[in-house]
Write a protein that binds this ligand. Sequence first.
Ligand code: ADP
Ligand code: ZN
Length: 525
Amino acid sequence: AVQTPADTDARALETLSRVWGYAAFRDVQADIVRTVVEGQNALVLMPTGGGKSLCYQVPSLLRPGTGIVVSPLIALMKDQVDALRQFGVRAAFLNSSLDLQSVREVEAALLAGELDMLYVAPERLLLPRTLDLLERAPVALFAIDEAHCVSQWGHDFRPEYGQLGVLPRRFPDIPRVALTATADDRTRADILRVLELRGAAQFISSFDRPNIQYRVANKEGPKTQLLDFIHAEHRGDAGIVYCLSRKSVEGTAQWLATQGIDAVPYHAGLSPRERSHAQERFLNDEGVVVVATVAFGMGIDKPNVRFVAHLDLPKSMEGYYQETGRAGRDGLPSTAWMVYGLADVVNVKRMLSQSDAPEDVKRVEAAKLDALLTYCEAATCRRNLLLAYFGEERSEPCGNCDICLNPPRVRDATREAQMALSAAIRTGNRFGAAHLTDVLLGQPTEKVVGMGHHLLPTFGVGKGHDEKMWRGLIRQLVSLGHLSAGEHHGLSATGKSRALLKGETTLMLREDSLLPRERVKKRDR
Ligand code: ADP
Ligand code: ZN
């Protein structure tokens, strides 16, 4: 009998409720499932937690043959397969963790048509042996999970993913569905090209999380700022605090505990027992705050996380989005709160430039970091900047970020920027922010006098502003790429700064960091 789209929908819904016990598909899931069941290719762009898995699991059950899932997350494969088996789905996986005997059994089951789904690591899929096997087996579809891995521009490029073009070439008639939670325009273009998905149906969900309020503050005393924030807005709430190092995770968790906050540390250096204990307390008890490195969060599905705080800069916008996205899964008001300062900018930039990664990878990472820094220094709606990064253009400000709620005044800071740049240049492009500030303010410190910098024309030209304003300005110059940090935190003027020095471009900066401390405090209240 001919299957109409309505028939397909009915069968999909029946499978969803019979196997998973869910009453309905979410938003676009039903459209995606219909498309794939009918044998068409698809690209699915959906935020983490959006429900991507069902988009290929249900079609795998509805189409004849086995659904092949390509996934780089070998560590999660066994759990995913075990979970499916609990629902009665005949699932298996092939990766390097299996012994030869188990591989043979899985292969035999596949050929006999006894599997609904098979999860395969990309390097395993690419083996001639596996490709030959798949040619002889009944295959329902290929799902390429974490599809952004095909792109060098994506945050975790995998060379094997780059070779998945073998799928359209050798299996042109089997539908392909590529899924990812992170894809800007370039990544998306790479996915379409490598997997030959031009002309495929594209399902692009909004990345907006309207219930999350985005805020970024100048780092002044991070622990106290965090405590004030929790006391003022999230007393007794569950939250996640991200720090860069294990040491600061430990320190921050301890400090919060002494201040009466139910805080537990979590990082890769703890024993498995300690980690699972922290995780269980977070999931099961009320109002636990986990202080963690980025190791925490993968696969954690707690709906009522009320805040995510960053005490250190994340590595990229993708990282920031994923980490903050763990707040407010239940749709209730939540806060993404971050503090950052000059030292962070200098640190991450230096880590990047000193890494052993190939040049082209470094360049991509630097561009991603710059996007994040632009976000931090934003003078316009933060949500719109975040969404624009993921390819979603909005013109209306959101009304639920710090910029919208408390618009910073911007002003022309070109003259001050020129002063700071010339201080860097005249001192030989090798001193840090503290020294440059001393020179600008005309402080005859031992170091300033020792270097003869009190004789420079720049000495004291910045007396009209205070130290805080100069620190803030220098941070913004580094963030925006006019100054770059070298060895020993020495700052040097970059090529980009030349136009600014010549007055060919102007620099509009947020006034909040240009204001003296007292006035900032008053405005906060
Ligand atoms: P993603 O892969 O996009 O991060 P998942 O596929 O892991 O998301 O789904 C996230 C959570 O949402 C899972 O717990 C899943 O069971 C649940 N979920 C997905 N779709 C539905 C649905 N239609 N009804 C109820 N729960 C769903
Ligand atoms: Zn906004």
